[in-house]
Design a protein around this ligand. Structure first.
Ligand code: DCP
Ligand code: MG
Length: 356
């Protein structure tokens, strides 16, 4: 019997740090741009796709990057802004399903096998997520859809940047056979060279080796190679996250003209927050309230204040935060968000580990 067909989406932001910088300073958009350098180890953390055309890439010494691309613009990293963008991306993914496994700030797996929205189509879900992240966070992501993690991750890279690639169950074998072995997880230069000695360059060649041959040659990793060559990967999407906060946010189809308009949408945002709190067994003591605002130029500000209370928050509870955060009354607002943080010591561990 075959196991139930899963639907996995892998999402990976395009040139993540650089994308956040280009979003916040559109003048950088049309220039070759790298993040890193100053203060760091003098290497490129990432660069935009214009810079990649010159051969610049992550982990390259800045001096070499400048030699390859004399017009390169270097910007020092600002992790706080990247973390905030990451939280927003992950928040959008988690609105679709709780089964989200982040791998780093800019990528995550989703198991959407049980999601019924979007007609249950993982392809439509991936399109929806890509559009929503572009509109709300202001950066592009690439996505891969496949029956397992290994293939979904390869798929998200296939049409990068700003792309979507789908591997349907019936296409797995043909797709895998033409795949160069260096695309496989764990196959670096050394393993690739060993495989080349065996006459293996693509998974079609790899399929000709027996499990015993691969284990003898590569140890434990041999069994993984055997499976991957056949597009098999049973690893579950693992969720291990302690709910430390619950929040809601809204990007307005037309910018709100200023503070008064923000005050008038507070009640409906608070109502959304309450619904989420009730859904998430969140009768834990609330420790802090926070709000977030994004102006039309994408500059984003947050503020949080202590407020120990057990009962659900009311719109009036957020007014003082709004007052403190908005210093210019008439600045157009693109997004407004609010939320609550729970006390650390009371946070229950909501962990779903299928197996390690
Ligand atoms: N990063 C880093 N040092 C590296 C690799 C990555 O600091 N050697 C950081 C910067 C990247 C972020 O991690 O923006 C995400 O890494 P990715 O490998 O996903 O690379 P990018 O998102 O930048 O580009 P891509 O469009 O290829 O995903
Ligand atoms: Mg990325």
């Amino acid at each position: 019997m075959t196991s139930l067909q899963r639907k996995i989406i892998h999402v990976d932001c395009d040139c993540f740090y650089a994308a956040v910088e280009m979003r916040d300073d559109p003048a950088l958009r049309n220039l070759p741009l790298a993040i890193g350098g100053q203060g760091g180890r003098g290497v490129v953390a990432t660069c935009n796709y214009q810079a990649r055309a010159f051969g610049v890439h992550s982990a390259m010494p800045v001096s070499e990057a400048r030699r390859l691309c004399p017009g390169l613009v270097m910007v020092p990293p600002d992790m706080n802004r990247y973390r905030m963008a990451s939280r927003e991306v992950m928040g959008i993914l988690r609105e679709l399903t709780d089964l989200v496994e982040p791998l780093s700030l800019d990528e995550a797996f989703l198991d959407v096998s049980e999601v019924t929205e979007h007609r249950g189509s993982a392809t439509l879900m991936a399109r929806f997520l890509r559009r929503k992240i572009r509109d709300q966070v202001g950066i592009t992501v690439s996505a891969g859809v496949a029956p397992n993690k290994f293939l979904a991750k390869i798929a998200s890279d296939w049409e990068k940047p700003d792309g979507l690639f789908v591997i349907r169950p019936g296409d797995v074998d043909a797709f895998v056979r033409q795949l160069p072995v260096n695309k496989l997880f764990g196959v670096g230069r050394v393993t690739a060279a060993k495989l080349a000695d065996l006459g293996v360059s693509h998974c079609a060649d790899l399929q000709k080796l027996t499990l015993a041959q691969l284990v003898e040659r590569f140890g434990k990793h041999g069994a993984r190679l055997y499976d991957m060559a056949r597009g098999i990967d049973e690893r579950p999407v693992v969720v291990s996250r302690i709910a430390k906060s619950v929040s809601v946010e809204r990007t307005f189809s037309r910018d709100l003209p200023g503070k008064n308009a923000c005050v008038s949408v507070l009640p409906s945002l608070v109502a959304d927050l309450e619904r989420r709190l009730k859904r998430k067994q969140a009768d834990k003591p609330i420790h802090k309230l926070f709000i977030k605002i994004r102006y039309s130029d994408f500059s984003t500000h947050t503020l949080e204040r202590m407020r120990d209370q057990r009962n659900l928050p009311e719109p009036e509870d957020f007014l003082p935060l709004l007052d403190e955060l908005i210093t210019r009354e008439d600045r157009p607002v693109r997004l407004l968000g609010l939320g609550v943080r729970f006390r650390n010591d009371s946070a229950p561990v909501t962990q779903l580990r299928l197996f390690d």
